[in-house]
Design a binder for this molecule. Structure first.
Ligand code: ZN
Length: 486
């Protein structure tokens, strides 16, 4: 049976989407976003959706074909009893034929407030048997879209749906920038229902976008962060396909994000992405800056703690977050250089403290390489996964704003280079251990949220170094290395 593939996006109200742009423009947008399919609502229960009789549907389908995007439908089965289950299946098959859809997603859900799927296992089987047989006979695909966490919906007969439909596209989209929590719960829930050997080929989550109306997001930035995070989760998890809810209310910026984030081939998904090739579009106001320019502005002095000192254990780390601190030292002269010097001395070794960077209004001092662990969070997990940045607070600092701006730029620059997300991968020391740190930012009204906003702003404006492509001169001037030995 035909399967779902690549990246897909749901549409609930086609007329609304096509009011903003014509079919050719919409198709072009989907093609550039790397979409493999667009899934339009086809009907609820026995009722066909107006999307399928939209006079612009035929020309949209033509435009979609030009850019290689498939037109699928989605149906919400009610199936209150056996006759209803048969009736709905035959209607959906006819709709799919009439609109020449490439496939149908079955959106079967049941919650106390909204029963939707009303049948039992028997009705589910009746509906699914007829539906999948008919779709398969005409070369059309099928997918199952449902609750993200089956254990929360014990009344819903998941069994038959998972027996008849291979592609499982649970709705893990969320209103915060942290879809990872929900995805983790969803995976756990479905792992209990899908044979382990099939899980990787069958689980194809539906994640963020979402904006106003049915799923409100606080702002565009949160929506972008959540979608960007979801794209990474899909890539890192090696899922073969995914979908997004939904195109209707998606902010314009999202299409740039999609266009700049190619869908990784599943087999390559677990290979590390070189940070320098990550392409983040500049959505926000502000001055674009490439990584080299940012590094110059940061003014980084490398003044490493000697290898072998007890507070530089040398343990390798693949950092997944950045932790912000304040130095808690308001003494005159307690600047970045002074802290770097302190870290190399006996007291820091005795107390077993270290961190990666110290920032003041003029310099960044780096004391530990970013791929080595340091002792700054008072928790094992924090130390083993997070880069520590100490922000100075000495009383004789000339330009406090410049210091925090430098710290925000450093955070953004590191996040960009190491493939982290902002602000979701930026923590306070307090998040790890409960310590009141970064004390200054925590004490100031909106101190932390303003700092994160500044990090995000820098992050959005960062871009890769625009280096020209060159070839080495012919001949053996540059010899040696593994390639030459091959
Ligand atoms: Zn701290």
């Amino acid at each position: 049976m035909k399967r779902t593939a690549g990246r897909n996006v749901f549409v609930t109200d086609l007329a609304k989407v096509l009011k903003k742009m014509d079919g050719a423009a919409f198709a072009d947008r989907l093609g550039k976003a790397g979409m493999k399919g667009v899934w339009i609502r086809a009907g609820r229960g026995p009722d066909r959706d107006a999307n399928l009789t939209n006079p612009k549907l035929v020309s949209l389908r033509t435009e979609l074909r030009k850019v290689g995007v498939e037109l699928w439908g989605w149906h919400v089965p009610f199936c209150a009893d056996q006759p209803a289950a048969s009736d709905e299946a035959s209607k959906v098959l006819k709709w799919a034929d009439d609109a020449d859809l490439a496939g149908m997603a079955v959106d079967a859900e049941r919650t106390p407030e909204s029963p939707r799927f009303r049948g039992t296992n028997r009705e589910a089987v009746t509906y699914l048997k007829a539906l999948t047989k008919g779709l398969d006979a005409s070369g059309r695909g099928v997918a199952f879209s449902s609750h993200d966490q089956p254990p929360l919906h014990s009344n819903m007969p998941f069994g038959p749906f998972l027996d008849y439909i291979e592609d499982v596209c649970p709705q893990v989209y969320y209103t915060s920038a942290k879809p990872q929590i929900r995805l983790r719960k969803s995976i756990d829930g479905y792992k209990a229902l899908i044979p382990a050997a099939d899980f990787a080929s069958r689980y194809k989550p539906t994640g963020n976008i979402t904006m106003t109306e049915d799923v409100a997001m606080p702002d565009v930035a949160t929506c972008l962060a959540a979608t960007s995070k979801f794209l990474d989760l899909v890539s890192d998890g090696g899922f073969g396909s995914c979908s997004f809810w939904c195109a209707d209310n998606a902010p314009d910026e999202i299409w740039k994000l999609f266009a700049h984030t190619p869908l990784a081939a599943p087999q390559a998904a677990l290979a590390a992405k070189p940070a320098s090739t990550r392409s983040i579009p500049a959505f926000a106001e502000g001055k674009p800056m490439n990584l080299d320019a940012a590094q110059l502005q940061l003014n980084i002095v490398q003044d490493y703690v000697p290898e072998g000192n007890s507070n530089r254990p040398g343990t390798r780390m693949s950092a997944t977050s950045i932790t912000i601190h304040n130095t808690d030292n308001s003494s005159r002269g307690a600047n970045a250089a002074a802290h770097a010097r302190y870290m190399k001395g006996p007291d820091a070794q005795k107390r077993q403290v270290s961190w990666h960077f110290t920032v003041d209004d003029k310099y960044v001092y780096q004391s530990i390489p970013t791929n080595e662990m340091a002792w700054h969070t008072a928790t094992r997990q924090g130390n083993e996964t997070s880069i520590g940045i100490e922000i100075c607070m000495h009383s004789d600092m000339a330009d406090v704003d410049a210091c925090y701006d430098r710290a925000a730029l450093l955070t953004a620059w590191l996040a960009y280079r190491l493939g982290m997300h902002v602000p979701s991968n930026v923590y306070q020391h307090h998040d790890w251990s409960g310590k009141n740190c970064p004390r200054v930012l925590r004490a100031k009204k909106n101190g932390w949220t303003d700092f994160l906003a500044s990090v995000q702003n820098h992050f959005r404006n960062l871009g890769p170094v625009d280096a020209p492509m060159i070839a080495l001169p012919k001949g053996d001037h540059h010899h040696g290395g593994p390639a030459a030995q091959a």
